[in-house]
Design a binder for this molecule. Structure first.
Ligand code: ME8
Length: 509
């Protein structure tokens, strides 16, 4: 049986249409999913929307529609965006799905029956836009540490989850599973800022909010948004039915991919909830950095962004995918600007990749009418290229396993660069002038095309359209990972006509 890989993105708030920051997480999850599938894994890739809460109810009211009507439109828009970005998700969960609502109620009841949830009264500092409660010590200059806005004091009857009792268990779990939270800097931050100072019980219901899942035995309360939201990762699989097929097959999740600001919910509250339910814990939570625009986080409430479809329309889907995957180092923040996107596209996709494919296929047509064979007239200059290409798959595998997606791409583009240099070193145009050198010329062209084929197959997870275009131009059937373990599986093919992969983007002054 194939090994399984269950990967999730956060379920985003459909309070406004999604921006390039949401695309960032979703594109990484897509690249990781596609790569695992190519490596033979049975992948379950889940994304979705977190639809309850005060903020969404407020937005709907402002727009004169019901909350459900409001979110339905945004979800339609989001699904269209994911299609345009070629996101290969297997399941899209909505927290308004009836199956999710029922499952969350059953979980709440179970936690209450086990004494893990109790009724009390809540007094706390609440940030409305972030829907987060904070303790006095967590505030920065008296304001919300995430968004810097005012918090307000709130008192009401509420149910609480006994989070405080899980402090030591969580620390033990982190100790026993050193890769549970990545990157490590994020883990240390959580231990020092949240676990060590002591966890407080968590408020899990509200009476002031109406748009949410009612507490099954006390319907004046709605279930407070994080318990509702985090449960999505198992309700989609059929939990609380532990015999549900998907649940048995895919849980525990292999990777929850989230932005750094919600790592603490996934690495503290979520595992504690699962411990309380006697459900196995996910294997890993990766808190990635932010895409920063003009020095600040791109934000729905600040509205400082364009519809990502505008970038796709101007530069093409793969330029956008490539940029976000390549630009941001593992776990760190990266800046997003159209200027940087244009520079990357021109340097890497037009100059390095696009030109290599185009000029090689053009030469093959010019010298051999597109007929490819390999007479194996080798020279020492070939060895370095062939060795690099043969080592590439293992290198990319390792980087992807470590979630260093940008470095995985760097490895592939290094080989492409090497291949461009190989053309300069072997000067096919000189070989073409001498009849006796034609067998050598054929070998040189073969080596370049085989390098291109292998790189194109490795690029499929990152840029599926471009990968397919290249493989179609090569007219090859050898397209699987099994065909790239060694150099030389490109068949004797007749190439298709060269087509430009990426147009240079001219910048008007
Ligand atoms: O937090 N850079 O939803 P949300 C990188 N519903 N990633 C970004 C980003 C940026 N500038 N902006 C957003 C929620 N993201 C909750 C999640 S999960 C059980 C509930 C991405 O709509 C990143 O993944 O605010 C971040 O964590 C997420 O969107 C926040 O989405």
């Amino acid at each position: 049986m194939n090994k399984k890989f269950y990967i999730t993105t956060p379920i985003y708030y459909p309070s406004a249409n999604f921006h390039i920051g949401h695309c960032y997480t979703t594109i990484i999850a897509d690249a990781l999913s596609r790569y695992k599938r190519l490596n033979g894994y049975d992948v379950f890739f889940q994304t979705g929307t977190d639809e309850h809460g005060a903020k969404i109810a407020q937005k709907a009211e402002e727009n004169g529609v019901t909350p459900k009507e409001y979110v339905d439109e945004i979800i339609e828009n989001a699904k269209d965006l994911w299609e345009k970005l070629e996101i290969s998700y297997d399941y899209f969960i909505r927290t308004t799905d009836e199956s999710h609502v029922k499952a969350v109620q059953a979980m709440f009841q179970k936690l209450y029956d086990k004494g893990e949830i109790y009724k009390g009264s809540y007094k706390g500092l609440y940030c409305v836009p972030c829907e987060s409660f904070w303790t006095q010590t967590q505030l920065v200059d008296g304001k919300c540490p995430d968004c810097g806005r005012e918090v307000k004091e709130v008192t009401e009857d509420a149910y609480f989850f006994k989070l405080s009792k899980y402090q030591d268990k969580l620390l033990e779990y982190y100790e026993a599973n050193p890769d549970f939270i990545l990157p490590l800097s994020r883990k240390n931050e959580l231990i020092n800022n949240f676990l060590k100072p002591g966890l407080e019980d968590l408020c899990v219901s509200r009476t002031s909010v109406k748009w949410g899942i009612p507490v099954p035995f006390d319907p004046d309360h709605v279930i407070y948004v994080w318990l509702d939201a985090l449960s999505n990762y198992i309700t989609s699989l059929g939990y609380p039915d532990e015999n549900a097929e998907l649940y048995k097959k895919y849980w525990p999740a292999d990777l929850h991919l989230v932005g750094k600001e919600i790592t603490r919910f996934h690495a503290i509250i979520w595992p504690a909830m699962l411990m309380a339910l006697d459900v196995p814990l996910p294997k890993q939570v990766f808190g990635h950095g932010w895409l920063i625009i003009d020095g600040g986080k791109i934000s729905k409430s600040l509205g400082n962004y364009k519809d990502p479809r505008e970038y796709i329309d101007s530069y093409g889907v793969d330029a956008v995918r490539y940029f976000v995957l390549r630009e941001v180092p593992f776990g760190a923040d990266g800046s997003f600007s159209e200027e940087a996107l244009i520079t990357r596209t021109n340097a890497d996709l037009v100059n390095n990749l696009g030109n290599l494919v185009n000029r090689t296929i053009s030469m093959a047509h010019k010298y051999f009418e597109g007929q490819i064979t390999n007479p194996r007239v080798s020279a020492s200059v070939d060895t370095d290229l062939i060795q690099s290409v043969e080592a590439l798959k293992a290198k990319v595998d390792a980087k992807m396993d470590e979630l260093k997606v940008n470095e995985a791409l760097e490895e592939i583009f290094d080989v492409l660069r090497k291949c461009n240099k190989y053309i300069d070193d072997t000067t096919p145009w000189t070989l073409a002038k001498d009849e006796n050198e034609l067998p050598r010329l054929k070998t040189v062209i073969y080596n370049i095309l085989e390098t291109i084929r292998i790189c194109a197959i490795l690029l499929e997870a990152f840029m599926p359209t471009t990968s397919e275009k290249i493989l179609n131009q090569l007219n090859t059937q050898a397209r699987t990972f099994a065909t790239i373990e060694k150099f030389g599986n490109l068949e004797e093919v007749t190439l298709n006509k060269p087509e430009i992969l990426f147009q240079r983007i001219e910048v008007s002054e």
